[in-house]
Design a protein around this ligand. Structure first.
Ligand code: NAD
Ligand SMILES: O=C(O)C(=O)C[C@@H](O)[C@H](O)[C@H](O)COP(=O)(O)O
Ligand code: ZN
Length: 359
């Protein structure tokens, strides 16, 4: 099936099916050359893709995971574009997990001030989230995704067959973003996942495919309404809703030196926000328990060392939702009802964090 994303930069399709990669040759238009930026884990796929395209393809292998999202690797990619002679009508393809698609999208956004980009996500997380919606960029030691651009792909090819080699830990990390979409917008996702947690992780199954489709649909709807994350006002939430669990999650990633999986970090972040939401927004205790049941049941972490809170709090000050000295968090007043918490009570935040350590 396909989901159309109506973003501010024009519509494009996200194709979700086994065999979606077969669509790639038909998407290249008049490109003379292709730069295929890929993760090491999918190098054999990259070579097979390159062999199937009837024009010169430059393979650009980047480091694994968050080690790809650095200024040094970005600069190496720009030099690879120069060496390849990539011109304005040419195409950059990003093939890999969310780290690769975030980087490759930013390369496409910045090379010659923007060339066409096709995203081929190869992890659950990248299919349901990173490759859709136009956020591209890299990290700095000071914080997650601090440098980047909003830039849309020509198309996104979610070939579910590519998940056959994905380690179970990464399948589960990707499902963290799926249940996030359930918590903020689509209760059917919560029913589907809680209906059979083990079956939810079977990437060949029908339940899994529906979870992916629904998460992409949530993202497409949110992005269509607020592409540049600019329309939250007061407690009304636009695209920032997709950041549920991310303020603490990103701080954990930076604190851990980018050694944690993104999905694992936001799992802790959502467990924290569920408790903050209970204390400041009256979120039901049953909804908090559902967070623990779903995230914990998927094998995702719910805690981070208690002593780290002061450093995590300092890192949270650089969150993109912050305004001046004011921290702004995405909370839930109920399942499916995201709310912005502006300058929340600091004692509540710390107490909720300490509660996690004892969960
Ligand atoms: N732009 C956005 O809107 C957005 C949204 C969500 C997350 N993100 C970003 O995405 C990143 C996380 O993405 P991720 O979870 O995909 O991590 P990742 O890119 O590190 O991939 C996870 C691991 O899986 C390996 N891998 C990838 N595809 C594989 C395959 N088919 N078979 C075997 N191994 C494979 C990778 O090499 C890596 O080791 C974070 O940097 C996060 O900030 C961005
Ligand atoms: O697309 C969005 O908007 C999101 O917030 C999705 C998040 O899952 C994703 O991790 C995103 O990269 C976070 O963006 P950031 O602006 O907080 O860095
Ligand atoms: Zn995320």
């Amino acid at each position: 099936m396909s989901v159309r994303v109506h973003s501010a930069l024009g519509p494009y399709d996200v194709h979700i099916e086994r065999g979606a990669l077969d669509r790639l040759p038909g998407l290249l238009g008049d490109a003379h050359r292709v730069a295929l930026v890929h993760a090491p884990a999918v190098a054999p796929v990259a070579r097979a893709v390159a062999a199937g395209l009837d024009r010169p393809v430059t393979l650009v292998e980047v480091p694994d995971a968050e080690r790809a999202k650095t200024p040094e690797v970005l600069s190496a990619c720009w030099n690879a574009m120069a060496d390849a002679g990539l011109t304005r009508n040419d195409v950059v393809i990003g093939l890999g997990g969310g780290t690769t698609t975030d980087l490759a999208g930013f390369v496409a956004a910045t090379w010659l001030r923007g060339v066409a980009y096709i995203s081929v996500p190869t992890t659950v997380l990248a299919m349901v989230d990173a490759a859709v919606g136009g956020k591209t960029g890299i990290n700095l030691p000071a914080g997650k995704n601090l440098v980047g651009a909003f830039y849309e792909p020509r198309a996104v090819l979610c070939d579910l067959a590519l998940l056959d080699t994905l380690p179970d830990r990464d399948v589960r990390a990707g499902l963290a973003e799926v249940v996030k979409c359930g918590f903020i917008a689509d209760a059917r996702i919560l029913d589907l996942a809680s209906g059979d947690l083990a079956d939810s992780t079977d990437t060949t199954g029908r339940r899994f495919a529906e979870l992916v489709e629904r998460a992409v649909a949530v993202k497409a709807t949110v992005v269509a309404a607020d592409f540049r994350e600019a329309t939250s006002s007061g407690s009304r939430v636009g695209r920032e809703a997709l950041n549920y669990g991310h303020t603490l999650g990103h701080a954990i990633e930076a604190h851990a030196g980018y050694t944690w999986r993104h999905g694992d970090a936001i799992s802790v972040g959502m467990a924290w926000m569920a408790r903050v939401s209970r204390d400041l927004l009256g979120l039901d205790e049953s909804a908090v328990a559902l967070h623990d049941h779903l995230l914990g049941g998927l094998g995702l972490p719910l805690t981070y060392p208690g002593g780290a809170y002061p450093e995590l709090r300092a890192l949270m000050s650089l969150d993109k939702k912050a305004r001046g000295d004011r921290l702004r968090l995405v909370g839930l007043s109920a399942l499916g009802a995201p709310v912005i918490l502006d300058a929340p009570d600091e004692t509540v935040l710390e107490r909720a964090y300490r509660e996690l350590a004892t969960t």
